[in-house]
Design a protein around this ligand. Sequence first.
Ligand code: FMN
Length: 319
Amino acid sequence: MILFGELCLFRYKDYLDEIPVIAAPLADYTDYPFRYVMRKFFQGLIFTEMISLNALDYDDEKTWKMIETAPQEKGPIGIQVFGGKADVAGRAVSKLKRLSPQVIDINFACPVRKVIKIGAGAGVLNEPERGLEIVRAVKENFDGEVSVKLRLGVQSDTVEYFLERLVHEGISAVTIHGRTVKQMYSGIADRRRTLELAKQFPIPIVVSGDVFSSDDVNEILEGGAEGVLVARGMIGRPWFLTDAVSASRKEAPLPVPKISEVALMHMNKIIECYGDRGLSRFRKHLAGYAKGFHSAGKIRHELVTAKSFIEVEKILKRL
Ligand SMILES: Cc1cc2nc3c(=O)[nH]c(=O)nc-3n(C[C@H](O)[C@H](O)[C@H](O)COP(=O)(O)O)c2cc1C
């Protein structure tokens, strides 16, 4: 069993005062191999993919593997969970205690239909009372920091009432993705509104949405948020996490590392973890890395159509 670290050392607020940057939970991306690569560039808080509380409750082996292969290295880890039932949440979270993650984050933001259908993710925004029961169950069964991730609302901005209640429940921090459920990932995140909320509420608020550059990081932190969540901005570009921390300290970014070497390191971890069946998983990341190469279109095509890891390796070693 891999332990993530010492619970007593991590306090969300103190952490954000020092490192106001968090690496986002990204389903199907932030697995162990990607987290391993991210750690090379970032000692801050890294999240797992979102983990089903139902699946943990019935001890689904694949789900445990998604968490337990986390890196045994310095740096805090958060486990993000989703589920629609408080009793299940309580039981499942008490099983996570033995891993000693620093944070458990409850996902009330996911807009995917099959998640909403079980009353989880953003489904909770329509029934805040049920969401609060889930929060209580998690807090009762976990001694570390408990945070929540939200969107601005379902169709429109209705999150304020829920935020007030979450503060009352003693939640440690809230991440707000500045889109509504209806928007999914389209359109531009409403940064102005998330920053208004950050200034309005007396708990650490981490802003998410369209964080792709040092200017984005500065705008969010100078706009009154305690933290910034890096999400799509780190796909194929995990060194952006270092840049984000540098920006928060008003330091210049470090030179971009050799992208093909980062991609190869990532590939080797994927092979170690999944064997040959990891290729389709790696293709998504390759599409991201390829954006950084000269003549990106041509190389991207070669990389994402390569039939084996050996072929991918040959292409990467040429770059
Ligand atoms: C492929 C993908 C997977 C995601 N998975 C999760 C997830 O598991 N949990 C979660 O809270 N948010 C998830 N998100 C949302 C991100 O964490 C983030 O809030 C969102 O992408 C907005 O930030 P960005 O515009 O900077 O990418 C996901 C987003 C993407 C694109």
